[in-house]
Ligand binder design. Structure first.
Ligand code: GDG
Length: 474
């Protein structure tokens, strides 16, 4: 069996349960092949203290080898905070208004990808299969090819790919798209993303369509397909049986026995539509008086990327909205919104989900959204809660039995929340059974196997095609 090499910006020790479904699933595949996981250590060192080997550390974690490098402060600022999170993240989530097109960011992004490629190349064996993850590392295969790599290399984009005209607003977008052609397989979360890729390469880059999912451009061909990511349903349900989750469930049921609980669990990110969600909740209280003194929203907003300005702005906006709703609608013994700006321990999440009658998963744009799937996995099939899901989450392509909403339409969303709160048991069971069957059939193991099968099936290995690095297009 060929060795699997996974590359991602950050890595997690797959032996630790707290790492979550993705790390567990990738860890499983890495374990089977005695694989290597390469990425940033999470350490930032002063520029003057840059080590000649970039702090490369290679250490075993069971059968898996973890290899990490450190980033200098200026690389971290330009590559991670800059190009990844102030350019690619907003643009790929259709938020051109929040992008900061600073030329220094792009050079830092390229520099770090080159540095990753240099260290990785040293660690690679000739028959390794390489699977690169996410927007931080789009040009990595191109950099590896420039160093002579002929490996099978796949890429999975965890966030959305925007429509061609949004992508076209990004300075240097041709270079990024061209860099995707250094891969053998490029995976997206949804059919919508694939169609954006197809329209872009066909109309803007003059690609030729060789098969339903194969495109030729820049003297290279690439397979582009949707591989919607799933969760580890069994792992999440096992977590739900454990003490901490059960205690959480009991406490919530007891404390809110007279109320109806709604839950939102998100990173505090502007893509998650939190202000719109709170406004929809306010509309609910306003338009449906039967929900007053009853419906309680617990919103967990775990802190993230706090050194990027757009994140402090949204945090302030949310605090204002929560204060406003609680001030206007709260009673001495009832607080409509419980807003928690901390990360809840993972072991408690299934209990919180199970105790909640409704989940609000209403991003403005999301690659997939795993919380939607976790909520379904955590429910009691005999008395399940209802998922209110944004049609703009990748998950909406698969989870058709959720109540799909337009998060910008806060009145429409309030109507759907009310419908969810009033939904008869039989309908809740029917919808839940269908959703659970879907997330089970396409779980994270299915996702990993399908992607690796596609990469393994790639017979037109890079060695058969001439490869010209994207250098001159830069
Ligand atoms: C990216 C894409 C895509 C959240 N709050 C807490 C917490 N979480 C956990 C959830 C879930 C994960 O974090 C979030 O996953 P999402 O899918 O919702 O979103 P992103 O972080 O934006 O992830 C996304 C994903 O990649 C995978 O491809 O689905 O579209 O944006 O597992 O449960 N976990 C804990 N405490 C919290 O407070 N422990």
């Amino acid at each position: 069996m060929a060795r699997l090499v996974v590359v991602s910006n950050r890595l997690a020790d797959p032996r630790k349960a707290a790492a979550g479904g993705l790390a567990v699933a990738l860890g499983e595949a890495l374990n089977q092949s005695g694989g290597l996981w390469f990425g940033w250590s999470g350490e930032v060192v002063e520029d003057a203290a840059r080590a000649p080997d970039d702090g490369l550390q290679v250490q075993p974690a069971g059968r898996v080898t973890l290899a990490t490098v450190d980033l200098t402060k200026s690389d971290h600022d330009a590559y991670y905070l800059g190009y990844s999170n102030r350019v690619l993240w907003p643009v790929f989530h259709y938020r051109l208004d929040l992008a900061d097109f600073d030329a220094g960011f792009l050079s830092g992004y390229r520099r770090v990808n080159k540095m990753f490629a240099r260290h990785l190349m040293e660690l690679l064996r000739p028959d390794d299969i390489v699977w690169i993850h996410d927007y931080h590392l789009i040009p990595l295969a191109d950099e590896l090819r420039a160093l002579g790599s002929r490996h099978r290399i796949g890429f999975f984009l965890h966030i959305p790919l925007p429509p061609p005209l949004v992508l076209a607003a990004l300075p240097g977008h041709e270079w990024l798209i061209r860099a995707l052609f250094a891969y053998d397989v490029v995976g997206f979360q949804s059919q919508a993303d694939v169609s954006h890729f197809e329209r872009f390469v066909m109309n803007e880059a003059g690609a030729e369509k060789l098969a339903s999912d194969r495109f030729r451009c820049y003297d290279r061909s690439v397979v582009a397909r949707a591989f919607p990511i799933g969760i580890d349903v069994d792992e999440f349900q096992r977590l739900g049986q454990m003490r901490e989750a059960r205690e959480m469930y009991e406490t919530m049921r007891e404390q809110y026995s007279r109320r109806e609980l709604l839950v939102g669990i998100d990173r505090l990110d502007y893509s998650k539509g939190l202000p719109q969600r709170l406004r929809a909740f306010r509309n609910l209280l306003q338009d449906y008086p039967d929900t007053r003194d009853r419906a309680t929203l617990i919103q967990i907003a775990s802190p993230t990327r706090e050194d990027v300005r757009a994140y402090t702005t949204i945090r302030r906006e949310l605090e204002g909205l929560c204060g406003h709703i609680n001030g206007n609608y709260g009673e001495i013994d009832w607080m409509p919104v419980r807003y928690i700006n901390r990360t809840l321990p993972r072991r408690k999440l299934p209990g919180l989900c199970r105790a909640s009658r409704v989940a609000l998963v209403t991003p403005l744009r999301d690659g997939m959204n795993l919380v939607a799937k976790e909520y379904v996995a955590a429910q009691d099939p005999a008395d399940p809660g209802v998922l209110v899901l944004s049609r703009f989450a990748g998950a909406a392509e698969q989870m058709r039995e959720a109540l799909l909403v337009n998060p910008y339409d806060t009145q429409g969303t309030a109507r759907a929340i009310h419908q969810a709160l009033k939904m008869p048991l039989e309908e809740r069971q029917r919808r839940h059974a269908a959703l659970l069957a879907g997330i089970r059939a396409q779980d994270v193991h299915w996702w990993r196997r399908s992607f690796l099968a596609a990469l393994g099936d790639e017979v037109s290995a890079p060695s058969e095609e001439s490869y010209e690095p994207a250098e001159e297009a830069r």
